[in-house]
Design a protein around this ligand. Sequence first.
Ligand code: GLY
Ligand code: MN
Ligand code: MN
Length: 515
Amino acid sequence: MHPDPANQQPLEERVNNRSHRPDSDAFRAFMASSWAPASNELPARAEVADHAARRRRAISEQFKSERLVIPAGALKVRSNDCDYRFRPHSAFAHLTGLGVDHEPDAVLILEPTDEGKGDDGGHHRASLYFRPLAGRDTKEFYADSRSGEFWIGPRPTLAEFKALLGLNTADISQLEVAITKNVGEPAVGGISIRLVRKVDENIDALVDTARYNTAKNPDAMDFEVLDDLDAKLAEALSELRLVKDAWEVGQMKIAVAATAAGFEQIIKSLPRAVAHQRGERVVEGAFFARAREEGNELGYDTIAAAGNNATILHWTRNTGSVNEGELLLVDAGVEADSLYTADITRTIPVNGSYSPVQRKIYQAVLDAADAAFAVAVPGRKFRDVHNAAMEVLADRLQEWGMLPVAAAVALSPEGQQHRRWMPHGTSHHLGLDVHDCAQARAELYLDGVITEGMVFTIEPGLYFKNEDLAIPAEYRGNGVRIEDDILITANGPVNLSAALPRTPEDVEAWMARLS
Ligand code: GLY
Ligand code: MN
Ligand code: MN
């Protein structure tokens, strides 16, 4: 018999059917009592606070008189009532200085003030809206599995974040008013908003509604113009990260050091990897353990690719075996607690020594990387780095009889045949995002000038697939990439990842030492 539909329990309540949460008045009163008082001690101002203030000033300068809304983002469901680990949006982290899992649903608002009256000395007053720690006398304390202290541990209070970050802080219950008040067209005395979109869909909806409700002629609203307003903010925030400050460089060094430690664990894991049916997963796991021990997380999914899998650029499935005689390409990065990530690739011989053909391929990639390093100097174009690497690789491919045309023809825009074996870019900016500064304009990125304080990768590779009939059989089934993280200084590039061996001899010696 079917139950009476009118008496059915709503679906959203059924998540609680597996257990019963007490709700009696007696229970609530008892839960609110007899806890040792929480410490009132406030944290010291974080070192990053002054840097974050300077970043906010730079943005304030570009958007005087406008309200800027920068959300951290919301928790994302992984399955049913389990969420992914929270990571705030990088623009939010950059402007607040917050890292690790701070803080779901938070929003930074830069509110326009009179010229020079902003609290960072700019044209805006910065306020961080978030859900503060609920007291132990609240139901949230023991009943809210997403934010209650009993479930997830202590969370910051408004006063703690204010002291730590040097920012005004406010309860998230005030957020809607803060975003929507006085919104309107500047021509009639309203405040125009710019939003970092697609980070928190609730905030997108709030801003869209506020704009619609206050438009002079809502039905004629030009969404392209509004999208452009928001895109300009995303662009400015991305370009603000093209040059790293001293604190960011320090964080990059922390991320690189943890990543180097992770690569050592990989070498030590090789005997187990070779013995295991899914040896690539053994390698992935060895690195992941270090990422969690030393940092916040991985900066991106690890590529652990042995043999022919090393020729698959984004091989993150990592289900393959790891066999003696093969090359193992590992592309991995630890994300520090501050959310800055390294991005390093090493290609090692599983049995500890490169075969003659593996060494030949490896040396070509290393020579390409060294040529790229040589031009990674202040004043040169970013795109010169890639071009220098391509010249070396095209020459080598010609020497090996693989190119159907002369190297010079391949290097011309109409040719590019060499890219069959190196289809990706040689460099990208690195920082809070593994592919950092992604919304920067081309004239500041690919066509931009290399500047002191930039941090980017140099990562040439050659990928010869088993099924590639355009190359001699002896080369097939080998993929090589060497990826380093470099900091541009007035004296040229500094290889932040130099602690990890790069030459074939050094890699072999390193493996011998660790095994
Ligand atoms: N790991 C991604 C990249 O190298 O760009
Ligand atoms: Mn990279
Ligand atoms: Mn990489």
